[in-house]
Design a protein around this ligand. Sequence first.
Ligand SMILES: [Zn+2]
Length: 298
Amino acid sequence: MVKDFSRLDSNLRYCCISYDLEPWYRIENLRGASISDSDDRLAHQLELVCEFLRSQNIVATFFILSDQAVMRQSGLLRKLRDLGHEIACHGTSHRLLTDRLFTKEAIVNEIGTSKSMLEDATGVSVRGFRAPCFSITDSLFDILAGLEFDYDSSLNNSPLNSRYGTLSRSGNLLRPFVDTDTSIVEIPLSVMNFFSRFNLPISGGGFGRVIPRSLLLRAILMFLEENVSWHTYFHPWEFDDGLPRIKQGFFKDFATYYNLASYTQKLHSIINHVSGHYRLKFLTYSQLACMCSKNEIS
Ligand SMILES: [Zn+2]
């Protein structure tokens, strides 16, 4: 039987905060730019993020890119673990899974290697995966099940970014669901659907910086009238106003650098405001996936 948590406590809503932890220069908008990997700024950025999470008493999930620059600082990963945050997997190369030259065998090898590296570095079992740029494909659940993952969070149902992947299946793909063939739980990034026609991203990231606070807050509150869980993602570099400015053209520069200085404050404000409407309970993605697999939430 599916429990209806909204009936048990109509005011209770779950919120999953996540970060895609990767060096700032690995983002797609800077692909091809000539940047030294010596200035990854990770320690500083994680300090900002951890201070925010501590101030809001949040345990978060970090989908970690296990590339050389990150693994050089494995002490930072163990610090996240010691603070109670979840260690999850984001691959090693940040290559999009939708790249047709990226074979299934190579994807299995990359994700498996990344999972092992993160487990060796932190001593914890890695249960979740997120594809670079949400480049989900139909074969991903099979791959993750073969590598003993429990859940995926690579589905971002928004038409506003051409890099996002899609799933060719029917059913409601806007809420968490369990893939019946593999038992992998999918936790899609939250979007507010308007008139069954348009999905506005309300999960954070670049859209969270660009969308005006009042509109974003209104859409989140509308979303939570019909959904019991809100799933977000950010990048540690999005809170670092000292990020080196690499010119890539107007639109890319806007998407990368807009509102870095005030994003933390905007997030504080939105969470505090939502908490005024609902009793927000923060969960890691793994905790939410566990509830989904037990049919305790959907
Ligand atoms: Zn990423």
